[in-house]
Design a protein around this ligand. Structure first.
Ligand code: GLN
Ligand code: ZN
Length: 766
């Protein structure tokens, strides 16, 4: 028998199956526990996670994947790239410790100075957020925090087979940002490489044979100078330990010329995101390299069909022998921890899933099969038995609903269009709604008070019955309507008191979703999200928002805006299916939302908002793929929005900072009104809309809802005036930047009053 096939993961979730790290961090930040206690929790979790992986069958364990907040921030500390403002100087010396890290991440820590936190942004196309490294022209690097080396010692002391995990120098620089103009952060590479050389030498001295060096930036469209920099960098890093160059989230075949010339010892490919790399890249790689086949999806919750993978891997194994490794496609960071906690899921749904621990087991099964003797059928039998539930699912009529499929197949182009173009609709809406110039409204949610949360929890736990719950929510709606009338808003909302989350709420009411109990995934720092899982074709058994909206409308003569989450956002914030395209699921959700829209209209609701805050983040990593995505995203939205009469007004809402790449698609949604976040950019974001001659109505946010501060009336008037210079005033709305659910009532009422007063003052003048 040859050398065993290495099975490895690129990283394991650090947060803990019960979010232990989250709670430990938060209690430390609140000053309730000591740093030593926090450190002990981290140590326990690392040990538990290594052992869980090893027991499941992983043979080479990731060390260095743990992070107290974020792995990019951990890298910044490792190379001592700590912004001056976050350093804590005592007796002329600044020591890097856990509090340094928390100061960069959160702007404050139990010790040291308070200063603005570093910026945070999304990690490639995931919902994970990293801390953006800040670079200055005279940036110095040196060997900084020793966490990585300490953890290597920790794993060695446990007798574990260690593979060190390190974010590569080019991806690290790429993900950062220049803090002053006039230089490129790529110029810092030489200085950074000196430290990386020291890191690798130190790891080698610790006896580390393999280093996983992550270069996910290779999946992007990189400028040529960045591509070339890889050659020089890896020339200089080769030597001490063996390097496994790790890529994920997409294909790197477009970098073939560069990659094949790099001085590394192996390459990891994400064969889930881009299986075609087996043909486009693998045959061209240097003959001595290890090929790590990332075949188990690190960022979804599905049980793998190992039986389908087995023959391909066996062929590879025959070709590559001991040079074949198998692994998770990317770090398991993006997957929930342990399916065995999901005791409330029905047995069939559960049999379709695999969380991080189960994915390790899948790797173990595959490795055992690849290493088994051809005459020994027991390993392939195990693989076939394991894969059975997911194979059966392929022909399950509860999954593939004929009614949904045939309804989608029979759609025609007119189902994606409103009856008349916007100018015609606008006139009818004006006549019907009789809104004043600069209509005022809000984005949907009102403060989620503890009373509301307790009400929902009591109902879920069965402590109160449906009648009591319904009366409780109605009281909240009535309260919200009365307050809005007193404030003097023109278009009201019911306030979303019944929703825990704008996606999970619909996931629970639509058929085709599964809701987990502990399916938490780290979003940033101690914050986790629990996305619903799309498990089957989607349809809507019953109206989802109708009763609450109708009740709200019955209380007032002003129009109440129906409030829905759009198909693209529901899709982007869920775990998607792997057996149908994202487009297919988006259209199915689009149909379900369409039915809700039609029901709301039939019940007399004249304005309906379909939120799409996730459209931009769904953009694929490479430009060549943008248009295809935007085309179906727009179609899914239009499908949901188009059943209504011209006189019914469709709104949408998006909140982020950069519309330039998607402005054409945003216009193609053809919503009558779009509300966006603009107050923090002083209306600068409207520029994209102005340049594009955006044709429909816009509500640029006039105050920031992220802060409890009540805005000043003159300030808001100034912003509206500025907006009116960019967009004709007949097409302008006035509203806050986003929903108000995280705010308290006191500041909310005060701020909205100021907003209404500012609007009234301008109406008199414009
Ligand atoms: N209607 C939602 C709310 O007000 C929109 C939230 C969002 O944009 N993320 O809460
Ligand atoms: Zn928003």
């Amino acid at each position: 028998m040859g050398v065993m096939t290495y099975a490895h993961t690129l990283g394991f979730p650090r947060i803990g199956a019960q979010r232990e790290l989250k709670f430990a961090l938060e209690s430390y930040w609140r000053g309730e526990t000591t740093q030593a206690e926090l450190i002990a929790v981290g140590k326990t979790l690392r040990q538990r996670h290594w052992q869980a992986q090893q027991q499941a069958g992983v043979t080479l364990l990731p060390v260095g994947d743990f992070a107290w907040y974020d792995q990019v921030l951990g890298t910044s500390l490792l190379v001592d790239a700590v912004p001056e403002r976050h350093r804590h100087v005592v007796d002329g010396k600044s020591e890097t410790d856990l509090d340094t890290l928390f100061r960069v991440a959160r702007g404050r820590a139990p010790t040291g100075p308070t200063a603005a936190a570093a910026e945070m942004t999304k990690w490639f196309n995931t919902n994970y957020h990293y801390l953006v490294p800040e670079f200055s022209r005279d940036q110095r690097f040196k060997l900084g925090w020793s966490q990585l080396f300490d953890e290597v010692e920790e794993a060695k002391a446990l007798g574990l087979p260690v593979k060190a995990v390190l974010l590569g120098p080019l991806s690290y620089l790429w993900l950062g940002k220049e803090k002053e103009s006039g230089f490129s952060r790529l110029e810092l590479l030489d200085r950074l490489l000196i430290v990386y050389q020291e890191i690798l030498a130190k790891l080698s001295a610790q006896g580390v044979e393999w280093v996983q060096i992550d270069e996910p930036a290779l999946t992007l469209d990189l400028p040529d100078e960045w591509r070339l920099a890889y050659l020089n960098a890896y020339q200089r890093l080769s030597g001490p330990s063996k390097l496994l160059l790790t890529t994920y989230f997409g294909s790197v075949a477009h970098q073939r010329d560069i990659i094949t010339s790099l001085k590394v010892d192996g390459l990891h490919l994400d064969l889930v995101a881009a299986p075609e790399q087996l043909e486009t890249l693998v045959p061209h790689l240097p003959a001595q390299w290890v090929i790590s086949a990332g075949v188990i999806n690190g960022r979804n919750v599905w049980r793998a069909n190992l039986a389908k993978l087995a023959p391909t891997l066996k062929t590879l194994k025959t070709k590559l022998g001991e040079r074949l490794w198998i692994g998770s496609s990317c770090s398991l960071l993006h997957s929930p921890v342990d399916l065995s906690l999901e005791q409330e899921l029905d047995a069939q749904t559960r049999s379709w899933f695999a969380f991080a621990v189960q994915k390790c087991y899948e790797l173990g099964l595959l490795a055992a099969y690849l290493d088994s003797n051809a005459r020994d059928g027991s390993q392939i039998d195990k693989i076939i038995a394991y894969s059975q539930p997911i194979v059966d699912r392929e022909s399950d009529l509860r999954v593939h609903k004929l009614a949904v499929r045939s309804r989608l197949a029979s759609l025609t182009n007119s189902d994606f269009d409103r009856h008349s173009p916007y100018p015609v609709r606008a006139e009818l809406q004006r006549a019907d709604l009789k809104l004043p110039l600069l209509p005022t409204t809000t984005i949907g949610s009102f403060p989620q008070t503890s009373q509301i949360r307790v009400l929902r929890q009591d109902w879920r736990a069965g402590r109160i019955d449906d009648r009591v719950y319904e009366a409780g929510i109605q009281a909240q709606i009535k309260d919200a309507i009365e307050r809005q009338e007193a404030i003097g808003l023109d278009v009201l909302v019911h306030g979303e008191a019944e929703r825990n989350d704008m996606v999970e709420y619909f996931g629970e009411l639509l058929d085709g979703f599964a809701i987990t109990r502990f399916g938490w995934v780290q979003s940033y720092g101690s914050r986790c999200v629990k996305p619903p899982v799309i498990t089957r074709d989607i349809d809507r058994p019953a109206p989802m928002t109708l009763a609450w909206t109708q009740f709200a409308q019955s209380l007032t003569d002003k129009p109440v805006k129906g409030m829905l989450t759009g198909p693209v956002t529901i899709l982007c914030w869920s775990f998607p299916r792997e057996d149908v395209s994202r487009e297919q699921s988006a259209l199915q959700i689009g149909l379900a939302i369409r039915d809700e829209v039609a029901d709301l209209e039939a019940a007399g609701i004249k304005i309906i908002q379909i939120d799409e805050p996730a459209i931009r983040e769904g953009l694929p990593l490479r430009k060549q793929d943008h248009q295809t995505y935007l085309d179906w995203a727009v179609r899914a939205f239009r499908l949901s929005a188009s059943p209504v009469a011209d006189s019914t007004q469709i709104h949408t809402h998006m909140c982020y900072s950069d519309f330039n790449l998607i402005i054409e698609a945003v216009a193609a949604l053809d919503a009558d009104v779009i509300t966006i976040e603009t107050s923090r950019s002083q209306m600068q974001l409207l520029g994209a809309f102005e340049r594009f001659n955006y044709p429909n109505e816009i509500g640029p946010g006039v105050y920031d809802i992220h802060s409890p501060n009540v805005p000043n009336q003159g300030w808001i008037e100034g912003l509206i005036r500025k907006a009116a210079q960019q967009i004709p005033v007949e097409r302008l709305w006035v509203n806050p930047d986003c929903g108000l659910k995280t705010r308290g009532w006191e500041e909310t009422e005060a701020a909205l009053k100021v907003m209404v007063n500012a609007t009234r003052a301008l109406r008199a003048e414009l």
